[in-house]
Design a protein around this ligand. Structure first.
Ligand code: CMC
Length: 427
């Protein structure tokens, strides 16, 4: 039996149905609220608002749980490949061995970019941020792949999804190559999704490139950890852009733009910069004090999360992966020691404990990515590459949702009421 939420306004009573998902908090269905009461709800940042129904990802922030289609992120990161997770998110089930090789084959066939796009890159300054290039190039895909922009055609939607997942490593690697002045490398389809990306990024045409299996595994795991994260800011941006019927390439470009911000995907870059700025463990207390000072805008980057009020389960896997990569590459970076010490101090500090601020996925990812050889400016581009899987899966889910409508939030207007217009000479 459906429960109801009672609501009274201006002396009148109203009832709204309470909907239950398979797990997680119930939601009050207020779709009729405005029609019946003439009032809106006010919820900046959507802290209490479910914007859609979804079957993809579940987060229990208090318990530190993250599930994709019901599977725990720890299990997926340990046992699956990024391609398996991509298949899972897109299709709802883990693939059989045959389904996986079919999917890998499909993605592999779409890794090349239209040749003219290489010219498009040359329009950017050499010092352009890779995310600026990603926004531009991904948006431009809609000008190159007209045969997969009809959002009402399920086959075209799937082709666009495969193209986006397949081409993103090529686009990101080319953004990197462009910034360092090296020639673009074409994809090598004999390699894995992740191995191919590493080769396109770090290889050069002058000599063969050997993919380091430990780095390939770590990178693949990092991609898994970033694949999807429920209705976060960039995913909501993709859904909102898509709700107007915009083509998938334009929607993903919008997601990339949103992800770029330092409070979202840009945090891994900011976290590593912060760790470098702190430099040595002795300087940690100074930065902790700054993070707690209300008059100082400084925040501990890589700490805190809108949803996780317990340890971010992705950070646990990430911390383990740092050790594996350092061992495989024989790296000793004092910045990792600073990160471990900072985490320890913050987790024992009353301010962070009380506000439930824990390391998030971005706290350690920068340390690993830099050990692998990526410049900080590429970190968010790698996040975008991986999150494309979640974005396209969420976009597909939205398009096929019978409840889907154009997203159109309302507002609490606090500006002037109507007033008399005075021509410029009379003001
Ligand atoms: N350092 C110091 N204080 C913090 C921090 C931090 N990193 N994060 C939150 N706080 C404090 C904040 O000042 C506020 O204090 P008060 O209640 O006294 O005003 C309280 O904790 C709640 O913060 P909030 O900003 O209202 O929380 P939010 O849910 O709106 O923000 C967040 C979440 C992730 C934007 C925020 O924690 C933050 O800015 N963290 C640093 C950036 C970061 O690491 N972002 C990556 C997020 S994970 C990757 C992703 O999903 O994209």
């Amino acid at each position: 039996m459906t429960d109801n939420a009672n609501f009274s306004l201006s002396g009148k009573d109203f009832q709204y149905p309470v909907l239950s998902g398979t797990v997680g908090p119930d939601v009050v269905d207020i779709r009729k609220l405005y029609g019946q009461t003439g009032a809106f709800t006010y919820d900046p940042g959507f802290t209490s608002t479910a914007s859609c129904q979804s079957k993809l990802t579940y987060i229990d922030g208090d318990e530190g749980v993250l599930l994709h289609r019901g599977y725990a992120i720890g299990d997926l990161a340990e046992h699956s490949s990024f391609m398996e997770v991509a298949y899972l998110l897109l299709n709802g089930e883990l693939p059989s061995a045959d389904e996986l090789s079919g999917f890998e084959n499909t993605i592999t066939r779409h890794t090349m970019l239209h040749e003219q796009l290489a010219t498009f890159y040359r329009g950017f300054r050499r010092d352009a941020h890779p995310m600026a290039i990603m926004c531009g190039v991904v948006g431009a895909l809609s000008a190159f792949y007209h045969d997969s922009t009809d959002i009402h055609d399920a086959r075209q939607r799937m082709i666009a999804s495969h193209r986006l997942i397949a081409k993103m490593p090529t686009i990101a690697a080319m953004a990197y190559k462009y910034s360092v002045g090296q020639p673009f490398l074409y994809p090598d389809n004999s390699l894995s999704y992740t191995g191919n990306f590493l080769r396109m990024t770090f290889g050069v045409p002058a000599e063969p490139y050997e993919v380091n299996p430990a780095v390939e595994k770590a990178m693949d795991r990092i991609f898994i950890l970033h694949a999807d994260h429920e209705q976060n800011a960039s995913t909501s941006t993709v859904r909102l852009a898509g709700s107007s019927g915009a083509n998938p390439f334009a929607c993903i470009a919008a997601g990339i733009a949103c992800l770029w911000g330092p409070a979202h995907g840009g945090a891994n870059e900011a976290a590593l910069n912060m760790l470098h700025e702190i430099g040595t463990p002795e300087k940690i207390p100074e930065y902790i004090a700054r993070a707690k000072d209300k008059n100082d805008p400084f925040r501990l980057m890589g700490f805190g999360h809108r949803v996780y009020k317990n340890y971010d389960p992705r950070a646990t896997v990430m911390q383990k992966t740092v050790r594996e990569v350092f061992e495989a590459l024989n790296v000793q970076d004092p910045v990792f020691e600073t990160a471990l010490r900072l985490e320890e101090i913050a987790l024992n500090d009353e301010y962070f404990v009380e506000k439930k601020l824990f390391p998030n996925v971005d706290f350690y990812s920068g340390v690993i990515l830099s050990a692998i050889g990526f410049p900080t400016s590429m970190f968010t581009a790698l996040f975008a590459l991986a999150r494309t899987v979640g974005w396209v899966a969420q976009w597909n889910e939205m398009i096929t949702d019978p409840d889907q409508k154009i997203g159109r939030p309302r507002q609490l207007y606090t500006g002037p009421t109507q007033r008399e217009y005075l021509p410029v000479g009379s003001r």
